[in-house]
Design a protein around this ligand. Structure first.
Ligand code: ADP
Length: 207
């Protein structure tokens, strides 16, 4: 089961990814975490991406695709992957489809966490205060939100056309969002199992 958690910066993708990892043993693939680890290591590569991240810009498609492919190979046999913060451009989404199909896999579900900009501002200031992430400041956040609206949001039609997009209310509290996410996964996996009636039919079969 391969799932993309989709939404603007600070929508709660990382939080929900962690819950899914604990519940299902999926592997979380967060390009943001991978890039942060690289910069913390002080490697040349880390130095190269640090400036881009601090400005809130997008690291090149080739780099993030290579990071993802490395992890797909390092975690062969995993029960599933949760993609968090990737893909962010249509080129990344196409590359991901190709990488997965080369490995006999595909994306099963895309879950969009819907939030609004005001709530995001509040979350960002809180996160900045708590974690002090270098790329969490007002200017970088503005750029990240703009990149999301200009480049990443255009992935929505891409996944709608594949029939994979599901939306949940990302403004609810963490447990409630986790519950919505679990319901989407349950419904989609039941629908994918031949002979198994989907959740809504099992619940409302008599109607
Ligand atoms: P956010 O908090 O904005 O969701 P992430 O933790 O996912 O951010 O990523 C932090 C930074 O790493 C981004 O602002 C960007 O510079 C870089 N980055 C992460 N994932 C990608 C990606 N898929 N493509 C390009 N750049 C990325």
């Amino acid at each position: 089961m391969n799932i993309i958690l989709f939404g603007p910066p600070a929508a709660g993708k990382g939080t929900q990814a962690k819950i899914l990892v604990e519940k299902h043993g999926f592997i979380q693939l967060s390009t943001g975490n991978m890039l942060r680890a690289a910069r913390t290591s002080g490697s040349e590569f880390g130095k190269k991406v640090a400036g881009i991240m601090d400005r809130g810009g997008l690291v090149s498609d080739d780099i993030v695709i290579a990071l993802i492919e490395e992890q797909l190979d390092a975690n062969k046999g995993a029960p599933g992957f949760i993609f968090d913060g990737f893909p962010r451009t249509v080129a990344q989404a196409e590359a991901l489809d190709t990488s997965l199909s080369k490995r006999g896999q595909s994306i099963n579900i895309v879950i969009r966490l819907r939030v609004n900009d005001n709530i995001l501002w509040n979350r960002m200031s809180k996160r900045f205060a708590e974690e002090g992430r270098k790329d969490d400041n007002l200017e970088s956040f503005k750029t990240r939100l703009r990149n999301y609206n200009e480049q990443t949001a255009s992935l929505l039609p891409f996944y709608v056309s594949q029939g994979k997009l599901n939306e949940v209310d990302g403004l609810a509290d963490i447990e409630t969002v986790a519950h919505f996410v679990a319901a989407v996964i349950d419904m989609q996996s039941a629908a994918a199992r031949p002979g198994q009636r989907p959740l809504w039919k099992r619940l409302f079969g008599r109607i």
